[in-house]
Design a protein around this ligand. Structure first.
Ligand code: FMN
Length: 197
């Protein structure tokens, strides 16, 4: 590692949106951009709508093409995850769950995870706490306390437009900063320990 032992943060977003363009993907891109404004990092956005044809038919990870395997590894090696999904029938999309079914069950331990969703209705805002949070609790990830929920009217031309939503996203990023720094420092300590061994 270079003289500066502090590695750049790897922030990976996964959008469960099936359509392209997608509001869930737009929300993920917005959060990535605000995180990048707040802390030095490398960002990467995975749109499951783009991977759907190759992802949907696989039952085992070994059946997946290399391009999807690389995305799974990117998620497993991320310092910070951002997950967004459109609400489908009161939950995350089926392909969102299918993607995370391929993630190794220990790979996200102690990884900070931003939880975010978009829906047609405000009535399904609790999808964040009733669907997304338990999934990432299974992975023993650090699900960040403040989720970000948007509805269709918060977007214009697939860009986040609503002021209250922008403020909520900024607050979520501010509240997440200590966790992101902990995740980065934890990686630096692990790298140093490996070098010393
Ligand atoms: C199959 C399907 C099911 C949906 N179910 C819900 C739902 O249960 N609750 C809700 O608020 N919106 C529901 N919606 C609306 C989408 O969640 C909403 O339009 C979302 O912002 C679309 O995001 P996208 O542009 O990333 O696809 C549904 C849409 C589709 C296509």
């Amino acid at each position: 590692m270079a003289a500066d032992m502090t590695p750049s943060l790897r922030v990976v977003a996964v959008s469960g949106g099936m359509q392209r363009p997608s509001k869930a993907a737009a929300l993920a891109a917005h959060l990535l951009s605000r995180i990048a404004d707040a802390v030095p990092c490398e960002t990467h956005l995975i749109e499951l709508g783009e991977l759907a044809p190759q992802l949907a038919g696989a039952v085992w990870r070994t059946q997946l093409p290399g391009a999807i395997e690389r995305e799974l590894v990117a998620v497993e090696q991320a310092d910070v995850l951002v997950v967004t999904t459109p609400v489908y029938r009161g939950a995350y999309t089926g392909l969102f769950k299918h993607f995370f079914d391929f993630i190794h069950q220990d790979a996200l331990i102690d990884t900070p995870v931003f939880l975010a969703a978009t829906g047609g209705s405000e009535r399904h805002a609790l999808v964040i706490d009733h669907q997304l949070r338990p999934l990432f609790s299974f992975f023993q990830a650090w699900t960040l306390p403040l989720g970000v929920y948007a509805t269709d009217k918060d977007f214009a031309d697939y860009r986040v437009q609503d002021e209250a939503l922008i403020a909520r996203a900024d607050l979520a990023v501010q509240r997440a900063l200590p966790f992101m720094v902990l995740a980065r420092d934890g990686r630096a300590v692990r790298a140093t320990t490996r070098l010393a061994a």
